[in-house]
Design a protein. Structure first.
Length: 124
């Protein structure tokens, strides 16, 4: 459940579980902190290309809150693998996806964007 949120694709549902409520809270906090616009988030929902540092900051914020990344841009591989496995990925598939996508870039924001885009592009 958590990971889908970080791809900025999840739609809010009227009857929310506790996890969904927490994710909604994180989304609101990160949007306010990053200053990302609703327009940019709508582009993400439509899978349109985005070149906005605020969007990357928003993704980093969500990954930090979820426990997938540190402020310095380090990916917490075990947490990411566990989440992928909880979302119906085999151990092998989760391992392959992490090896492919968990690549540290020049900045924490770039790392977060790459990780999100890579997993999304892989169809997960």
């Amino acid at each position: 459940m958590k990971f889908v949120c970080f791809l900025v694709i999840i739609a809010l549902v009227a009857a929310e579980t506790e996890d969904e409520q927490q994710v909604k809270k994180w989304r609101e906090q990160c949007k306010a902190r990053s200053g990302v616009s609703d327009e940019t988030l709508q582009k993400a929902l439509k899978n349109e290309p985005i070149d906005d540092p605020k969007f990357n900051e928003n993704i980093l914020c969500l990954f930090k809150k979820s426990g997938f990344m540190t402020s310095s841009g380090d990916i917490i591989v075990d947490a990411l693998k566990n989440d992928l496995k909880e979302n119906n990925h085999s151990d092998e598939a989760a391992e392959q996806l992490v090896q492919k996508c968990a690549v540290k870039k020049d900045t924490p924001q770039a790392t977060a964007y790459h990780l999100s885009k890579c997993i999304h592009d892989a169809g997960h």
